[in-house]
Design a protein. Structure first.
Lengths: 333, 131
């Protein structure tokens, strides 16, 4: 695994280098600034597999560097770990918005860091497999040719829409909020009924772009708030939002629906919307984390959504929850 | 004992293979870095004192304040790795209080107590090692 670590503090680079070597990562490049890193990236004959960026650096900070790396096609899904002393919410939010995969606060335990790298390593291996759970845009062109499509139940990583991130990134974001004691965030799930019909009839690429439209409609519904949206599979999206008390499920459903209708892509001949939003109740992160892991927390949000759908006696719904944890993994009207 | 020849290294017994856990390897690397870190802390101490007294006299510039934040940020990010948790905490307090107002030396005056505590912690760390 080829790693590039960037920090303006030489001492940090040396500690990182030692920790990585001790954990078996020997192909490690170091750069003392964002500019030096950009040069190394541009001149690399074999691409890097993983990046570790400090945030606060002179001239160009690590978040801008992260955005720059993400714009390069070969690194659209490469793991980027922010390694930083910045613990404020605004930095965490900006970093994940710029495409960070994980966020590690200094002083870091070099061995814990290596565990996080191993997770990133696994992500690299998974994404190298053509049929990984995540559906990545750089593979899309090839997949279109082969009429490849991921199962309807799988999460899909949507690229290029601000505040829309992959499922793993969302989990890491919530973990970081938890570590920093930032508990004003809630998570809720939204199911889009009718998506499965489109999944069956549209090409892989058209279906992907429909998901992009739906994600954008959810962003429009959330307005100026601090939020992240992630597609969890099975027609359901997970949304984290700060100060959710001003948000009601019916408001999200109505505003997202209006935004999608403005795009005009999913109306039937009679002008009625073919996709409908069903929003679960928000769950406060503080409550979630006292009960267990981030994965369980996201499952709880999906469970709330299931309860909403059950209460409304909605049509067929395949759960996006972890198998075995659901109220019902499949229920039909 | 191991035999080395020009092409490969072989170990006579599994007991001869050096067993270094990742934790030990990291600790050894940190120990190797410690003297240089100590020198860096001495430099930070001098710079921090200079900037602090300039700010205290009302003669400090935005550049002085930015230097204080820069040093605090660096110490906050590394002191814990060298087992200097208290120093790291003091530096983090300065970083968090002064970071957002790093361009406004007048506003920083009310936080100079935090800087003084950081200097005291730094002084104690530097002098402890020297004595």
């Amino acid at each position: 695994m080829k790693i590039l670590a960037v920090d303006d503090d030489e001492m940090v680079l040396e500690i990182l280098f030692s920790g990585l070597r001790a954990s078996g990562y020997t192909d490690v490049d170091l750069a003392p600034s964002a500019k030096a890193a950009m040069k190394k990236i541009e001149e690399a004959t074999t691409p890097y597999d993983c990046f570790m960026f400090d945030i606060q650096m002179p001239e160009m900070d690590g978040i801008d560097l992260c955005s720059w790396v993400r714009k390069r096609r070969e690194y659209e899904s490469a793991p980027i770990l922010m390694v930083t002393a910045m613990t404020e919410r605004s930095y965490i939010q900006r970093a994940f918005n710029a495409g960070a995969t994980d966020y590690v606060t200094k002083p870091f335990d070099p061995l814990e860091l290596s565990t996080r790298i191993k997770m990133a390593d696994r992500l690299v291996r998974d994404s190298a497999r053509a049929k990984s759970a995540a559906f990545e845009i750089q593979d899309l062109r090839d997949k279109m040719e082969n009429d490849f499509r991921v199962p309807f139940t799988d999460p899909v990583t949507i690229f290029g829409v601000p505040s829309v991130i992959g499922r793993l990134n969302m989990e890491n974001y919530l973990r970081q909020l938890s570590r920093s004691g930032l508990f004003s965030t809630s998570v809720f799930a939204v199911h889009v009924t009718g998506l499965e019909g489109y999944y069956r009839t549209l090409s892989a690429s058209d279906y992907y772009f429909l998901l992009v439209d739906v994600a954008e409609s959810l962003c429009a519904a959330l307005g100026d708030r601090e939020y992240f949206v992630s597609y969890a599979g099975s027609g359901s999206f997970l949304i984290t939002v700060q100060h959710a008390n001003a948000i009601t499920p019916s408001m999200v459903e109505r505003q997202a629906s209006e935004a999608l209708n403005k795009m005009g892509a999913t109306q039937g001949f009679d002008g009625r919307a073919l996709l409908q939003y069903r929003c679960g109740e928000p769950v406060r992160i503080g409550v979630l984390f006292s009960g267990g892991s981030v994965e369980k927390a996201l499952d709880m949000a999906l469970e709330k959504l299931e309860r909403t759908l059950l209460a409304r006696n909605e049509g067929a719904y395949v759960s996006a929850r972890t198998p075995g944890l659901g109220l019902a993994s499949l229920f039909v009207k | 004992m191991h035999n080395s020849n020009s092409t490969q290294t072989t170990w006579e017994s599994p007991r001869d293979i050096p067993l270094v856990s990742p934790q030990d390897a990291v600790e050894a690397a940190i120990e190797e870095l410690r003297p240089r870190y100590q020198i860096a802390l001495g430099e930070y101490h001098k710079r921090l004192e200079g900037a602090f007294y300039a700010l205290l006299r009302g003669a400090g510039s935005a550049e002085d304040l930015r230097d204080v934040v820069y040093i605090a940020h660096r110490i906050a990010g590394t002191a814990g790795n060298f087992g200097l948790d208290d120093l790291g905490q003091r530096a983090r307090e300065v970083d968090e209080a002064l970071g957002p107002i790093a361009d406004a030396p007048k506003q920083a005056l009310r936080h100079l107590g935090l800087v003084a505590r950081l200097i005291a912690a730094l002084s104690s760390t530097v002098n402890k090692k020297a004595s």
